[in-house]
Each structure stands twice: as C-alpha cells, then as structure tokens.
Design a protein around this ligand. Structure first.
Ligand code: FAD
Ligand code: NAD
Length: 466
C-alpha cells in the first residue's frame, strides 16, 4: 500500500493548490480526483469556461454594436458560430487542465483517478481507474460543491439546466428564463443575451446580486435593462414545467399575483451546495453541519484532528481564490507555520461587462455595525481613458472610516474592475487611509485613475475631475 504524508481528495483550485504547497514544503503528497481531468469545478465547468464564453460573446457584441462608432466597417453580416465558440471554450479548458497535470508532475505529486472515500481517518479507498487503498498521515478534504436547485424543480439537463449544461448548449436559446439573479445567472445571462437570446432573470430578492453593495446592484440592473433583459425582481418561483421544447415558469410577484413565463430553456442558478457524496466522512469521524458543509475550526481542521477541509465544501464564500488561500493555509499549518487569512479581504468579482468588483464592508454592513463612515465616489465617464475606449458606465466607491480615514470597503462597477480591485485589496491589507491612495501617482490615462479620484473624494471631497 502506498503511504503519504498528505493525501488530498478533490483537485479543484483548493485541492491542487494545497497539493503544490504541501509538495513545496517537503511533504510526500497524493491527490485523488474522481474525474479524468484535474482542476475541479473552476477549470472544467466554472470560472474558466464561463470567462471564455464571456470573452467570445463580448467580441461579438463589440463587432455588431460598437465597431461602427470606431469607424470600423465590416461588409456583410456578422454571424455567430456557436459550435466553434463552444469548441474554443473547450480548447481553453483543455489547455488549462493540462497545465495542472504538468504542475502535479513538476512537483512530484502522485495523481489517482477515482472516487476517494474514507475507510478510516488515515486510509482512503479509491474506486475507479486507479482503484486501490492508500494511507496518509494527514488528509485534506477539497471536494467542492454542486449546483443546488429548488425542491419542486426537475433538472432534466436538456431544457431545465444548470450552469454546467449552459456552458455547452448546441443552439442559442430563443428565450432563456434564468432563476436567480446572482453571479451565475448574470454572467451566463449576459452571454446568451449578447448572442441574441431573449433573457428573463427572475430574482427572489428585491435586487440582483443581493449580497453586494446595493449601489452596484442598481447600476448593473440598469445595464441589463438597457440591454433589454427582463429583470423580474421580488418574484418567487413556484413551478417549472417542461412541455416538449417549451419550459413554463410560474412565479409570484409582490402583489401576490402569479406571473407566467414561457421559454425554451430555463437556467436554474440559485446557489451551490457542498459536495460530500461518496466520501464516507463518518468513517473518519469527520462531522458535517446542518448545511451539509464539513465543520472546521479556525485552523480549518475537522472533528478528526489529522483531517482538514477547504474551499466550497466548508463555510464561507464559494470562490476559487478563497479555496486557493485555504489550500495554502492548511499546507503551511501542517508544516508548523502560522499562516493567516483575512476573509474580509477576499474580493468578489462578477465578470459581466461592465465588471463588478468589491472588497471589505458594504454600506449596509457598516450601518448595521454602527460604524461612522464617509463615501467617496467617482464616475468612469469623467475619465479620459473611459471616453477613449467608449466604456463610460459605472463608478468607484470608497468607504472610509469617518474619524481615521481608514479604507473599510471598496465597491466598483465598470470596465476592468476585476483587475482594478487588486489595488483596493493591497491598500486595505496595509490598512491604508483614503488619503494614502489619493496621494499615490496613478498613470494617466488609465481606468485606475477612478480609484485615486474616489479616494480624493472620500478624503476631503477633493476629486479633481468632477
Ligand atoms: P471544486 O472546484 O468544486 O473541486 C472539487 C473537486 O473534487 C471536483 O473536481 C470533484 O470532482 C472532486 N471530488 C469531489 N468528491 C470527490 C471524491 N470523493 N473523490 C475524488 N474527487 C472528488 N469562482 C471564482 O472565484 N471566480 C469565478 O469567475 C467563478 N466562476 C464560476 C462560474 C461557474 C459557472 C461556477 C459553477 C462556479 C464559478 N466559480 C467562480 C466558483 C468556483 O468554481 C468554486 O468556488 C471553486 O471551484 C471551488 O473550488 P474547490 O477546490 O473547493 O472545489
Ligand atoms: P448566488 O448565490 O450568487 O445567486 C443565487 C441567486 O438566486 C441569489 O440572488 C438568490 O437571491 C436567488 N434565489 C435563491 N432562491 C431563489 C428562488 N427561489 N427564486 C428566485 N431567485 C432565487 O449563486 P449562483 O449564481 O448560483 O452561484 C453559485 C456560486 O458560484 C456562488 O457562491 C458564486 O460565488 C460562485 N460563482 C462565482 C463567480 C464569480 O466569482 N465571478 C461566478 C459564478 C459562480
């Protein structure tokens, strides 16, 4: 029987990053993945394929709607070849997952293909291609998550689908009904709207992206409405029925009336749930909580002291970079180091266009915590760079402590915000004040100048260009 210092179950961004860090720290490491490709949800059916389709559909929108204003004329019709677009997405996925194979080899990590389940706290049975039993002194559970649904919905995966199927459709829907105005619904909704589908987003709460700062939800909702998406807020879905190629969704509005929507596809994107099926966690003494998450302490250690858990399968934001931080954290903890994760500084990004990004506290959270704060906001339309490229929607908002000027939250919507948010994370990691950011030189002309201007606005209402 092969024996390891550490074995990791699941090869998503949590698991494979943990494996690399364990190997770097000198541990003999194994990783077990039930699918034939490494990379988990993120690389195979999540972050990477969705961003590939967002990029392709963005190019199409630019070509059909914005090239002309730049003086670019394309003779004849511009058409979408969906098969080719999906093919390119798959090529990007294959290249990326292949990169993980390389990293595993480079770091001398043994990869086992098969379902890993606990025999006891130090033995894992692998069923599948590499069937065998292995032994490990320490084990990391990184089994991730799967899409959740509503109890009355039958996901047939043809017409009533999750994000996994929406990433490989064979036709552009005529009318895609999306249940849930969260990250998946909006990213994939935007993809298919750009490609020509009618899109209806049905959201239970009174705003899309309900966990983000309300200002961002409002601005993105405007963008979706401008693109002629039907944004049905405060609607509670009651039933989803498929009749042949038609899907009928019924939802109750605020007045108690039942509204009916007819489409050819229904994307169910109401969140994801932790995945532990087949893991046989009880055999190792690993406890789950009432949400089905693996219960962990502040060291991400489970109820079995040699077993840790990370990523989507434990509490917290279901984000690839959160899983990665936790992978490194656990590897370093096992090696006797004292790592730290500031969960308040894990940024959240929505890759629509304009992009939405945030870090730290929202205005609602600061109000609930009775923190006195000031707001500095700057619109992208006032920037030369934004006008030059034609991306003028959105703003940067900085929330700073009223007394100390420390930056407490940064919320932005606009072009390239997914990358701009990194400046806010760095500033907050070093506990910068709004004035600190405002006194740093930002290259001109850039989108990043909006961050400096918002900081100036927060400091003393001193923005220069509004
Ligand atoms: P996962 O990536 O889910 O990996 C878990 C792995 O464990 C899987 O490969 C699974 O097959 C394997 N596994 C499970 N049980 C076993 C077992 N018993 N034996 C062997 N193997 C097992 N996050 C972002 O930060 N940015 C984004 O842009 C983004 N976009 C997304 C888009 C979509 C459409 C979706 C669905 C998700 C997106 N996410 C994004 C979320 C992100 O994918 C997850 O947060 C991330 O993948 C979690 O990583 P993980 O390692 O915890 O688990
Ligand atoms: P989500 O939690 O982001 O959004 C779910 C939405 O569905 C919420 O707005 C919620 O109010 C709504 N909802 C719930 N029940 C409903 C009902 N009965 N009727 C109508 N609306 C209802 O979940 P998601 O979009 O499915 O994404 C799942 C996870 O994947 C998220 O945790 C997210 O962090 C992650 N993800 C991240 C990214 C990214 O980082 N860019 C992209 C995609 C997915």
């Amino acid at each position: 029987m092969k024996s390891y210092d550490v074995a990791i179950i699941g090869s998503g961004p949590g698991g494979y990053v943990a494996a690399i860090r364990c190997a770097q720290l000198g541990m003999k490491t194994a990783i077990i993945e039930k699918y034939s490709t490494l990379g988990g949800t993120c690389l195979n059916v999540g972050c990477i394929p969705s961003k590939a389709l967002l990029s392709s559909s963005h190019h199409y929108e630019e070509a059909t709607k914005h090239f002309e204003e730049h003086g670019i004329e394309i003779p004849g019709d511009i058409k979408v070849n969906l098969e080719k677009m999906i093919g390119r997405k798959q090529a990007v996925v294959d290249q990326t997952t292949g990169g993980i194979d390389f990293l595993m080899k480079k770091n001398n990590i043994d990869v086992f293909e098969g379902l890993g389940s606990f025999k006891d706290a130090t033995h894992i049975t692998i069923e599948g291609k590499d069937a065998q039993e292995i032994e490990a002194k320490k084990i990391i559970i990184a089994t991730g998550s799967k899409p959740s649904t509503l109890p009355f919905i039958t996901l047939d995966k043809e017409r009533v689908i999750t994000s996994t199927e929406a990433l490989k459709l064979k036709e552009i829907p005529k009318h895609m009904i999306i249940i849930g105005g969260g990250v998946i619904g909006l990213e994939l909704g935007q993809v298919y709207r750009r490609l020509g589908a009618e899109v209806t987003v049905i959201e239970y709460m009174d705003r899309i992206l309900p966990t983000m700062d309300a200002g961002l939800s409002k601005e993105l909702n405007k963008v979706f409405k401008k693109a002629k998406c039907n944004m049905m807020l405060s609607h509670k879905v009651q039933s989803v029925e498929r009749h042949g190629d038609e899907v009928i969704v019924k939802a109750e509005n605020k007045k108690g009336e039942v509204v009916e929507f007819k489409g050819d596809y229904c994307l169910v994107s109401v969140g994801r749930k932790p995945y532990t099926a087949g893991l046989n966690a009880e055999a190792a003494g690993v406890k789950l909580n009432d949400k089905g998450q693996v219960e962990v302490n502040e060291h991400l250690q489970t109820s079995a002291s040699n077993i840790y858990a990370i990523g989507d399968v434990i509490k917290g934001a279901m984000l690839a970079h959160k899983a990665e931080e936790e992978g490194v954290f656990v590897a370093e903890t096992m090696a006797g180091q004292k790592p730290h994760i500031d969960y308040n500084l894990i940024p959240g990004v929505v890759y629509t266009w304009p992009e939405v990004a945030a870090v730290g506290k929202t205005e609602d959270q600061l109000k609930a915590d009775n923190v006195e704060y000031k707001v500095g906001q700057f619109p992208f339309r006032a920037l030369g760079r934004a006008r030059a490229s034609g991306d003028i929607d959105g703003f940067v908002k900085i929330l700073a402590d009223k007394t100390t000027d420390e930056v407490l939250g940064v919320h932005m919507i606009g072009a390239r915000c997914a990358d701009l948010i990194a400046e806010a994370v760095v500033a907050m990691e070093f506990r910068a004040s709004a004035e600190d950011i405002s006194r740093m030189s930002h290259a001109h002309p850039t989108f990043a100048e909006a961050v400096k201007e918002a900081a100036l606005a927060a400091t003393e209402d001193r923005a220069l260009h509004v």
